[in-house]
Design a protein around this ligand. Structure first.
Ligand code: AHR
Length: 627
């Protein structure tokens, strides 16, 4: 391989190319990124089967022990109508104990502090409750006693400090006084959260995401945004304000969302990691215009949107979101709510996605157009990202693109999950895109080997494809691999970027492709003449390169991908200033089916005429920075 940079052809590319897509799939939120340790804290699990458990419902993860003690779920006078179920306890003998198993147990660490709280009321005289954390062998890790004295709902809080560690602890609430009590919003939160926020995120998982240096975070879905049926559309207003007033619901992936991570927490996370927030809102239609509800397949997808007479209110909700994110608390009730939640300054939201790979039907077009026009009229400063529809093998998103053309939508969201071979042989995918049309957000993609995990082959196929995306970074402005998170034993979708269990974070090998791109992005693309000393197409298409410059630091970054089983010698003819810099190379390589490879970094002798050998099956990032 001989690469000769053509500095005269340098062009500007997007500085937001690498982002992440967080969706509450695979227990990504509750039991995952959200640091809450109590499962079903709100007693709102919807009765019936869930995707993996037969007995699922409002007492799931809870149990009660004690002579004559009874528990029942009530709804007659909840803390808030959005959170309608609560637990009633009848304690005939002091010492009855309510337990919560968390999400397969709670990880408790010696010396760390945990904020316990619940909303409680007593029907009669005041009582006491002992709050304990138990290790699996029954030993007490921490305990504290609290009083329940109010006849009305009242938040009761205390802090527990663990005197030992346990990986699968349980929470016990022992009622020390006979009587009748109601409980709701039972919470145990580690004080050790990402950036120390109350109601915060699990620090190790949040840090793994932050390490990618994503320039944006898309949330809350995916299919979780548009939901399964009209009632299941994700409504941002249900996810903000005090936790006990948020409206939990079952998500499209078949389990529960407390909405403990809601819009406030998403915006805050973006701010914490220096990423642009990119909320995706349903375009007035649920998943495939409702056509994806089992047993309710609607002909032609022509039904199933929000009724037209309700669209004004729906659109107002979207405009209110813009106020919530960016407005002045003195002028907007939604901005005031943001300020009351602890963030008086705006979150500076610049993008909003409308729709998620929806079928492009009349029902969709009508609603999308109304929403799009309203945002354009009231908030021309916001970039709307449309959707070009679902990706099926062989489609070219024609209807979605026609709509985008007609409305002049600034950017559209494309999704595709494909084999490594597809990514290898479609490196010219965006080269042919018409530059006068909408820009592209590649919102979901991954190289899949059906039924097989991420490995070096998939990670390198993604790295190779991303060299072509950087080349087209004037047209493709954003990308995000999907899905991001997956809890071991709870995954509905494979492969994913970062696996985890309660204790560990286990990035897939594909994570390192994202990390190397995120940490080595640029905003200027330097075309290079590429000569490969081999005429075979299958060989040539397995070698790829991309050269960018970061105009803030002046760093020059060369990415080289070799998907061949043999080493490739290269000669890199670079801009003259390369020799005055210091150079290092980071290499991700391994056998094609290696799932555990990690990048390795070493120093390089800087030169503007660099000889470098690309190892077999490798992704190398050579970075030249100022000495
Ligand atoms: O990333 C998983 C799912 O794939 C998303 O929710 C959906 O948009 C796509 O079909």
């Amino acid at each position: 391989l001989e690469l000769t940079v053509q500095p005269e052809k340098e062009k500007a590319i997007s500085d937001k190319l690498i982002g992440v897509f967080f969706e509450d799939i695979n227990y990504g939120a509750d039991g995952g990124l959200y640091a809450e340790l109590v499962q079903n804290r709100d007693f709102e699990y919807v009765a019936g089967e869930n995707h993996r458990v037969k007995e699922w419902g409002p007492t799931y993860a809870w149990s009660l022990k004690g002579e004559g003690a009874e528990m029942s779920i009530q709804t007659s006078s909840p803390i808030h109508p959005n959170n309608s179920h609560y637990l009633s306890l009848k304690v005939n003998q002091a010492g009855a104990e309510l337990s919560n198993t968390g999400f397969d147990g709670m990880v408790i660490k010696e010396g760390e502090k945990y904020d316990f709280s619940f909303f409680a009321r007593t029907a009669g005289k005041s009582g006491k409750a002992k709050i304990s954390l138990y290790s699996p062998d029954g030993s007490v890790l921490a305990n504290k006693t609290v009083s329940i004295s109010s006849k009305d709902w009242k938040k009761v809080s205390t802090t527990l400090q663990a005197k030992a560690s346990a990986d699968a602890a349980t929470l016990g609430i022992s009622l020390l006084t006979e009587g009748e009590y109601d409980l709701d919003m039972v919470s145990l939160f580690p004080q050790n959260t990402f950036k120390g926020h109350k109601n915060g995120l699990r620090p190790d998982l949040a840090q793994a995401i932050a390490d990618i240096r994503p320039r944006f975070v898309r949330f809350p879905g995916g299919c979780a945004s548009h939901g399964q049926g009209l009632e299941n559309i994700y409504r941002w207003k249900n996810t903000v304000g005090p936790l006990e007033t948020r409206k939990p619901m079952k998500n499209i992936w078949g389990y529960h969302q407390t909405m403990g991570i809601g819009y406030f927490e998403y915006f805050q996370f973006c701010e914490d990691i220096g990423a642009e927030p990119l909320p995706v809102i349903a375009a007035g239609v649920p998943c495939q215009n409702s056509a994806c509800i089992p047993g309710k397949l609607l002909s032609g997808g022509q039904q199933g949107g929000i009724p037209m007479e309700e669209m004004d209110a729906y659109i107002q909700d979207i405009l209110d979101l813009i106020d919530y994110a960016n407005g002045d608390p003195k002028k907007s009730q939604w901005a005031k709510l943001r300020a009351e939640s602890g963030h008086p300054k705006p979150f500076n939201m610049k993008y909003i996605g409308i729709g998620n790979e929806d079928l492009i039907t009349d029902v969709f077009e009508e609603r999308f157009t109304l929403i799009y026009d309203a945002i354009k009229k009231h908030h021309p400063e916001i970039t709307v990202i449309g959707t070009v529809g679902p990706f099926y093998e062989g489609t070219d998103y024609e209807e979605g693109w026609n709509l985008a053309d007609r409305l002049n939508v600034p950017m559209v969201d494309e999704h595709y999950y494909n084999t490594p071979g597809w990514f290898i042989y479609n490196q010219n995918y965006y080269d042919k895109y018409d530059r006068s049309k909408s820009k592209v957000y590649l919102g979901e993609y991954a190289a899949h080997l059906p039924g097989r995990p991420n490995n070096i082959e998939t990670a390198l196929a993604e790295a190779l494809y991303l060299t072509a995306v950087e080349r087209n970074g004037d047209m493709v402005l954003m990308t995000s691999y999907a899905p991001l998170l997956a809890k071991e034993g709870y995954t509905q979708w494979n492969p994913d970027l970062i696996y985890f269990n309660n204790k560990e974070v286990k990035p897939s090998v594909g994570y390192y492709t994202q990390l190397l791109y995120g940490q080595n992005s640029g905003d200027r693309y330097l075309p290079a003449e590429s000569k490969i000393d081999n005429n075979r197409n299958d060989v040539r298409s397995r070698i790829a390169s991309s050269i960018v410059r970061d105009s803030q630091t002046g760093d020059l970054i060369i990415k080289l991908v070799n998907l061949l089983p043999a080493a490739v010698n290269s000669q890199l003819n670079l801009p003259a200033d390369a020799k005055d810099k210091q150079a290092k190379v980071t290499v991700l390589s391994g056998d094609p089916d290696d799932q555990n490879a990690k990048p390795v970094e070493k120093a390089l002798e800087a030169s503007d005429k660099l000889s470098y050998t690309l190892p077999p099956y490798s992704f190398s990032v050579i970075r030249f920075s100022a000495k």
